[in-house]
Structures are given as C-alpha cells and as structure tokens.
Design a binder for this molecule. Structure first.
Ligand code: NDP
Length: 480
C-alpha cells in the first residue's frame, strides 16, 4: 500500500511518530493507502518551516506571488484528469463530477485569488480636519487551514489560495479520509516554484493534528470548514491565543418552491440540489418546502425523476450517485432514515443501503431518499444529515414558508423558486441565510461573499472578504 507523507519545507517527510492510518476507497470499501497520523511534533516542524519561509515570502510583491499561484493553477490544470481520479477514489463521488466540478473549481480558486490580489490596494481618506489616512494591509504570518472530506481540494484551495497571495505561510490539514489531492499538491507547488515552507501540509486526525494547529501559539488565524460541533471545539481551542477565526459550518438548507415557478427547471435543479455528491454538500437543499397547490404533482414527478438516478461505480460515466464517504457515515445517514420512520415520516422512495456487483460489491452506497409527512420541528427536519436524504414539507402561504425556512439553528443557504421576482426578493430579504439563490442553485461568482448565519458559521469567505481575513489592517494618519 502506498504511504502518503507530510509536506514540510517543500519536502515529503514521514510522521515523527512513524504511525499511519488506513485510507479507504469508499466505492470498494478497501484500504488503498495509509496516511500519517501526525502529532504536535509534526505541526511544530511545519510551523518552524513556515515561520522561516515567511521572512522572505512576506516581502515578495503581490505580482510575484500572483505569478507563482497562477503557475500552481496551470500545473493543476495540466493534471486535471489525474487529480479528478484521485478525488473520486478518495471520496466515492462520480468521476464525472470530480472532472467537471471539483478540480476545475480548485484551479479557478487559485486563478481567482492570484488575479484579485493585484487589485487589492491600500485605502486612503483625506480631510482637512483628520489629515491624510492610509489603511494598509499586512499578512498575518503563519495561518492554519483545515478542510473537510466532501469537496477536498476545492475547499482546501479556497482557503490556501487567498492565504498565499496575501503573503502568509500556511500549515494546512485536509481530512484524513481524503488526503490524496492535498498530498499531490506538494509536487505541484514545487514545480510552480513556491518556496519551501510557504505551504506545509500536515496529514492526520482532527483531534490530534488538527487541534495541534488550532491551539498552536504561533499560528495567527484559522480558516476552517467542517461540522458545527467541530467549529465549536475549534473556537474554544483558538480563543486563548486570540486567533482570527473563519468558520464555515453545517447547514439544513430550505428550498422554497412556489406554484408559479418554471416547473421543469425547478425539478431538474431540485434533483441536483438534493442528491449531487450523494447529498454531501453543505449547500444541498435538504428541506424541500412546496406550495400546497402543487404538492401532489411535485411529489409524483420528483419521485419519478429520482428513480431514474443511477447509483453506481464512480468510474462509470453515467453514474449519478457514487458511494458515501465511510461505512460509519453511511450507518449514520441510514440511522436518520430510521429516525424519520420513528417520527412518523413516510419514506416515499429509497432509504436503503445499495449492494452493487463486482469491484464495488463492498462499497458504501445508498439510494437517494425522499421522506414526507414530518413536522418542521422534528429532529429529522432540524439536524444536518449530510447524505442523499430530503424531506418534503407543504406550505399554504408565503408567511408560513418563511417561518418554516427560518425555523432552524442553521442559516447557510436557501433556494427560492417563483416567477414573481418581487415576491422572490421579498422572501430573500426575510430568510436568514448567508447565500440565497433565486431560480437557480450553486451558482458562485467568486467575488461574492460566501458563508452562513446562525450556527452555520462565523465570517465570510470569497472575494475581498478572504483577502481581508488573511491580512491585518493598519491605519497610518498624517497631518500635512
Ligand atoms: P468535521 O468537522 O468532522 O471535519 C472537518 C475538518 O476538521 C477535518 O479535516 C477534520 O479532521 C478536522 N477536525 C476535526 N476535529 C478537529 C479538531 N478538534 N480540531 C481541529 N480540526 C479538527 O467535518 P467533516 O469532515 O465531517 O465535513 C462535513 C461537515 O462539513 C458538514 O457538517 C458540512 O456541512 C460541513 N461543510 C461546511 C461547508 C461550508 O462551507 N459551510 C462546506 C462543506 C462542508 P478529521 O477528518 O480527521 O476529523
């Protein structure tokens, strides 16, 4: 079995302890590699390398950094298919999705931030009363970037790209379930000419390697994407050293569907927003609110369309749903289906483990699942399931739709379907979520802020917000 290594100071190194954890391919249920079970000593080595590298990296110009990060994008693009295969193998997602979404978006992240740093300028304020004020921005130093398993390189690059272009050095940790693309990113960075120590990648468990990063006194900021519970732990661990924190957490997103929508477009998009990536996207709409007058038609058409989805080997081109990330996660999601039954819900479709043949006979697959008949406040409708499971909830009035949409501790995203744009805008204003889509889903202009309200997060990523997060402001006031 291949041994994955940490990437410290531009070199691949073994973990200090010599300990490793198996890495599984979800589609086959078999281990194919092992990943370092890193500890504080590995994190210390990474921080030391990052601090040393920072002396030069923080003195490079934005143009220099932009050129190198652009090269990272270019190198990645030249190996797109190879990286997509790694990502599909680690996550169980259809290869077609890794080729068309995950890796292209990682490339776009590097490109976007290498362009945006060139337009990130000091601000000035002049007045006779308060003099000439210049607000300059400086990199923070060594920062920590911790990402989850569902969109591994996509979300890892979304953090490290803005950190690097603003002149910081990074200690990053991907999920130990999906380490491979971050592992291979080291090769790409070296080829692109990124100086050793500017990006260090520590592999391993969240509670060991991750918490060594979040509590490290020399790390100035943590950009984290993952579960809300982990976000809470990280907040506590980072607080004593007054780190800046960006937390992108869980969601329980409502899709609000009105009778006057373009039914066909809504239906096709709702299938995607429910089951893309096996429902393992924080932005999937898991609570589908449907206006009562079209409820029966929607149920019939939605179930029919879901039946057409193919659950299969991620390598096959026509597979719609691949495997779930782990057996443990599959059991957790199936447990929620049992909970839904116990809460009085009716399983309209799916709800079962799926047994495939051949190469995937031991894989962790389940059918897309549609539940109806549950009260908005029950656990199934309140807790993040993070799998291919949606719950259908009818509503009568606009007021009721907004009430149900907001009756959640989460506030990440929402989707509104109606041809009445005035109504859509009115509802968008009232829904407590950081990202709202009207008559679409998952459209992302990278210049716009991304993040959640309530328990879905603290701060925003994307565009200027990410550059602001990874820099410290300094106001210099001069009279005359
Ligand atoms: P986790 O919170 O379990 O893990 C995320 C990352 O944090 C992993 O690298 C994990 O390592 C690490 N980690 C875990 N515990 C700690 C700790 N104590 N200290 C430091 N790091 C730690 O999330 P998942 O990987 O399970 O991802 C799914 C979750 O992510 C869902 O809740 C989903 O909604 C959320 N998410 C949010 C997004 C957003 O933009 N708002 C986008 C995508 C996902 P390890 O894997 O070893 O545990």
């Amino acid at each position: 079995m291949e041994r994955i290594a940490n990437f410290i100071n531009g070199e691949y190194v073994s973990p200090n302890s010599g300990k490793y954890i198996d890495v599984f391919e979800p589609a086959t249920g078999s281990a194919y590699a092992s990943v370092p079970n890193s500890n504080l000593e590995d994190v210390n080595a990474a921080v030391k390398a990052a601090e040393k590298a920072w002396k030069n990296w923080s003195n490079t110009t934005p143009e220099d950094r932009s050129i190198i990060v652009h090269r990272i994008a270019g190198e990645l693009e030249s190996r797109l298919d190879e990286f997509a295969e790694y990502e599909s193998r680690d996550t169980g997602k259809p290869l077609s999705q890794a080729v068309s979404v995950d890796i292209p978006r990682a490339i776009a992240n590097f490109r976007f931030f290498s362009d945006s740093i060139l337009n990130y300028k000091d601000e000035t304020f002049d007045s006779t009363e308060y003099g000439h004020n210049t607000v300059s921005r400086q990199p923070l130093g060594v920062v920590g970037c911790i990402s989850p398993w569902n969109l591994p390189l996509y979300l890892f690059s979304w953090k490290i790209a803005p950190a690097l272009v603003t002149g910081n050095c990074v200690v990053g940790k991907p999920s130990e379930l999906t380490p491979y693309t971050a592992f291979k990113l080291g090769e790409i960075c070296n080829k692109a000419g990124l100086p050793g120590g500017v990006l260090n990648i520590i592999q391993g468990l969240g509670m060991k390697a991750g918490s060594a990063i979040t509590s490290h006194p020399k790390i100035k900021a943590i950009s984290f994407t993952g579960g809300t519970k982990t976000g809470e732990i990280i907040s506590k661990s980072a607080a004593p050293s007054f780190k800046k924190l960006s937390l992108e957490l869980g969601g329980k997103n409502p899709n609000v569907i009105f009778a006057d929508c373009d039914f066909e477009t809504m239906l096709a998009t709702t299938i995607r927003s429910s089951f893309s990536n096996q429902g393992e996207i924080c932005l999937c709409g898991s609570r589908i609110l449907i206006e009562q007058t079209i409820y029966d038609t929607f149920v019939q058409e939605f179930v029919n369309r879901t039946k057409e989805l193919k659950i299969g080997d991620p390598k096959e081109g026509d597979t719609n749903l691949g495997a779930l990330i782990s057996n443990e996660h599959l059991e957790k999601v199936l447990g929620y289906v049992d909970l839904a039954r116990n809460e009085g819900g009716k399983i309209l479709y799916g709800g079962e483990k799926v047994q495939l043949n051949g190469r995937c006979s031991e894989g962790w697959f389940m059918s897309p699942t549609i539940i109806a008949g549950l009260a908005p406040g029950c656990r199934t409708n309140q807790e993040e399931i993070f799998g291919p499971v949606v719950s259908l909830i009818p509503f009568d009035t606009e007021y009721e739709a907004v009430e149900i949409a907001n009756a959640s501790k989460y506030g990440l995203s929402a989707t509104i379907w109606t041809s009445d744009i005035t109504k859509a805008n009115r509802i968008a204003e009232q829904i407590d979520a950081g990202v709202i889509w009207i008559n679409c889903w998952m459209i992302r202009d990278l210049r716009t802020p991304f993040g959640g309200m309530k328990n879905s997060g603290v701060g925003r990523e994307g565009g200027k917000e990410a550059l602001d997060f990874f820099t410290e402001q300094k106001n210099i006031c001069r009279i005359q």
